[in-house]
Ligand binder design. Structure first.
Ligand SMILES: [Zn+2]
Length: 303
């Protein structure tokens, strides 16, 4: 499942790692009325909920942006064979993601830059792949960019060597998906406003979007003819339009995450930016509109 769109001078391909990733509603949104959430989600269209199991459905998507001579991967999915015993939905994937990635017309060695919106396991996993018993960079020529604040907070956690629970798995992600990249030396720290690529009137830039994690960023494409935002975990599921107060279980600072979500959706609605989600279970970009005090997120059927 994938789509390819043009935004200004950039071409953007979505690569789906997992088309359906089901969760009990309260595992995703601890404050939610689960039955209502599943009903609301089912009302958005097929695929957003599994009414038989009472689960909400996410997906995992990466994006490949080609702009001028530069090819950028934004969010590197969960990756295969990663040990996540405390985060079982992330544990030991075995997907054909790399075949699908190459199927979009981009070879692994074509990639110049890899950047993650944040360093949770499902956004940096394909930074590396197993080669014998060693984790090596999946994109052999790429410079990997890490949000400076995001990398610092994960390294601070790693320094504490948590023995169990979710923190232990976050450190596993550091050890198998980040540290091997740092050891190659082909990486840079990036801050708010970092330009990833620029060509003609089109620019691909990182913007700070804190809340889900302290150092979360989004990748924004801007041109005279419009724009798009690869939004990472600022928004997880379109039911957050029905219940904007829903904060996701993994939000480090729920109040800040909500402010960032409102700001981002407002920017999309005001400036006509397409939303390119990491986790919506639909292989479409989304258009954002304001409706009263809320936002309406609608898949763009023929991008
Ligand atoms: Zn995520």
């Amino acid at each position: 499942m994938t789509f390819q769109i043009t935004v200004g001078e950039a071409s953007v391909a979505q690569v789906t790692e997992l088309a359906a990733w089901p969760f009990p509603p309260r595992d995703l949104f601890p404050g939610v009325d689960g039955e209502r959430a599943v009903r609301d989600a089912a009302g958005l269209g097929p695929g957003y909920a599994d009414t038989a199991t009472g689960e909400l459905v996410l997906a995992i998507h990466s994006y490949v942006v080609r702009l001028g001579d530069t090819t950028v991967v934004v969010d590197a999915g969960n990756g295969n064979q990663k040990e996540r015993p405390n985060l079982l939905p992330h544990h030991r994937f075995d997907t054909d993601f790399l075949d699908r990635f190459v199927g979009t017309g981009t070879a692994l060695h074509d990639v110049d830059v890899v950047v993650s919106t944040h360093l949770h396991p499902d956004h940096c996993g394909w930074n590396t792949r197993l080669d014998g018993d060693r984790w090596r960079p999946t994109f052999p020529r790429a410079t990997y960019l890490f949000g400076r604040a995001e990398l610092a907070s994960l390294q601070a956690l790693a320094a504490k060597s948590p023995a169990d629970g979710v923190p232990a798995d976050l450190v596993r992600a550091y050890d198998d998906s980040v540290r091997p990249v740092l050891e190659t030396g082909r990486w840079e720290a990036a801050d708010d406003g970092h330009v990833l690529a620029e060509h003609g009137d089109t620019v691909l830039v990182l913007r700070a979007a804190p809340g889900h994690t302290a150092g979360h960023v989004v990748a924004e494409i801007r041109s005279r003819d419009g724009g798009a935002v690869i939004c990472g975990d600022v928004v997880h599921h379109p039911i957050q339009q029905c219940c904007p107060e829903l904060s996701q279980a993994g939000d480090a600072d729920p109040a800040l995450a909500r402010r960032t979500r409102d700001d981002l959706l407002d920017r999309c609605a005001r400036d006509g930016l397409l939303l390119l989600p990491a986790h919506f279970p639909a292989d479409r970009p989304f258009a954002v509109a304001r409706e009263g005090g809320r936002f309406r997120l609608a898949p763009v059927e023929r991008p």
